[in-house]
Design a binder for this molecule. Structure first.
Ligand SMILES: C[S@@+](CC[C@H](N)C(=O)[O-])C[C@H]1O[C@@H](n2cnc3c(N)ncnc32)[C@H](O)[C@@H]1O
Length: 414
């Protein structure tokens, strides 16, 4: 069957409705991205789900590992659209996609047009076989599909104007930077301090600098670039703490720290229930010693072991004796909550107050600003040559997170 006979008017109607939704909710601004969404038949890339599900704004899980962890998916349309907007792909561009599913590669093929080139690579042969078949069925035989570890990029077709990584990365692999054309851009879901942000980095002469940053979630990178976050179970695994891989020597609190009396502090800072906490989380990650992320099972909340925390985890602060974490309580206006902190252990009151002080600083100096920018330098570059900010050493690179209007008196950990 050719690509056209694999499509149908009903699929076209569902596709148009999904595209309209992404435009109306402000995810898609670029008409070329909208046009690509209107033509690429997503249902052909997720053949095992009904048409209506294929055109719902949801991720479609394609594969789990032996322990049940998701390792491959066709990404949620909102996330795909956000990253394509960040990438600003132009006709004639040469693009590398790391992490294949077929769908995003087809959208990229639409964006680069006949003068451009798209290469998509995946570490998993099941995925590349499926991507090849579905791209052919959908009418994109020119997209190159390769099975290889994305940590080493795709040297065969380098250099690239754009590299889009669609799997959570712990650092920017040196190969990606080497394979980027002058003036090129990498869009990557980068994980640091247990948070993931899709970040568009432009290649400058001596470094890469972020141009945009948005919250996202992806399956984790496998292979040579796989990460090793430290996971600390508390209360028989009902609660857990996650530390970044450079925090191995960070002290962790006792397993039953949450049984110790609770101290609380309240900030007076109100948040609309819909307002994202993502920039505040990065601010706390930049300024709080012993920063980690606390996640809790719903049962831990029901049993009163922890106060409410966001589903994706709360910013927290740990030492060998104590633990504090960000929480919220209802405000007088039902659309708002007040941010505060709970803490346990001998340093509990100090931890709760320190967290709340930083919430107030963020509220006063940064909340209405543009948000942070991230610069990437090779790991060997001396700190003295880097701009001031929060410095974080990854495997290959030195990250510098800078806040326009960074209030010096609030300090920052390096
Ligand atoms: C979220 S899926 C990609 C979604 C896809 N871009 C789409 O069109 O919807 C992530 C993929 O990354 C792949 N992956 C994981 N580690 C990888 C690595 N080191 N190199 C290349 N691919 C990798 C997984 O096998 C998985 O298929």
């Amino acid at each position: 069957m050719d690509a056209e006979s694999n499509d149908s008017p009903y699929a076209g109607t569902l596709r148009a409705a999904l595209t309209d939704l992404l435009v109306d909710q402000g995810t898609i601004h670029d008409e070329r991205v909208a046009a690509a969404f209107r033509v690429v038949p997503r249902h052909l890339f997720v053949p095992l789900v009904p048409l209506e599900i294929a055109y719902t704004d949801d991720v479609v899980l394609m594969k789990r590992d032996e322990s049940g962890v998701a390792i491959s998916s066709v990404s949620q349309p909102t996330v795909v659209a956000l990253m394509l907007e960040q990438a600003d792909v132009r006709p004639g561009h040469r693009v590398l996609e790391i992490g294949s599913g077929g769908y995003n590669a087809a959208l990229l093929a639409e964006l680069v047009g006949p003068a451009g080139e798209v290469t998509t690579i995946d570490i998993d042969e099941d995925v590349t076989i499926r991507a090849r078949e579905t791209l052919d069925a959908a009418g994109y035989p020119d997209v190159r599909v390769l099975r290889t570890d994305g940590e080493f990029g795709g040297p065969e077709s380098a250099p690239y104007d754009r590299i889009i990584v669609t799997v959570t990365a712990w650092d920017l692999a040196p190969a990606w930077v080497d394979q980027l054309a002058p003036g090129g851009r990498i869009v990557v879901p980068l994980r640091f301090r247990s948070q993931t942000r899709s970040i568009a980095f432009d290649l400058l002469e001596e470094s890469l600098e972020s141009r945009s940053m948005t919250v996202c979630g992806f399956v984790n990178m496998q292979g040579a670039g796989a990460g090793h976050e430290q996971y600390v179970p508390l209360h028989g695994e009902l609660v857990s703490l996650t530390f970044d891989e450079d925090q191995e020597s960070e002290p962790v609190p006792p397993e039953r720290v949450l049984d110790q009396p609770k101290a609380s502090a309240w900030s007076g800072v109100l948040m609309n229930r819909e307002e994202p906490l993502s920039d505040l989380d990065l601010w706390l990650a930049s300024t709080i010693p012993g920063y980690c992320v606390l996640s809790a099972e719903p049962r831990a909340l029901k049993k009163g072991i922890v106060a409410p925390v966001p589903r994706w985890g709360a910013s927290a602060m740990a030492s060998s004796t104590s633990l504090g974490y960000l929480t919220a309580r209802p405000a007088a206006d039902p659309d708002f909550v007040e941010l505060g902190a709970n803490a346990h252990g001998p340093a509990g009151q100090d931890f709760a107050e320190l967290l709340v002080d930083q919430v107030r600083s963020w509220n006063e100096h940064l909340r209405r600003g543009k948000g942070p920018t991230l610069r990437i330098d090779p790991a060997g570059r001396p700190l003295a040559q880097l701009p001031p900010g929060f410095h974080l050493l990854k495997r290959h690179n030195q990250l510098t997170l800078t806040w326009p209007g960074w209030p010096k008196e609030c300090g920052g950990v390096s």
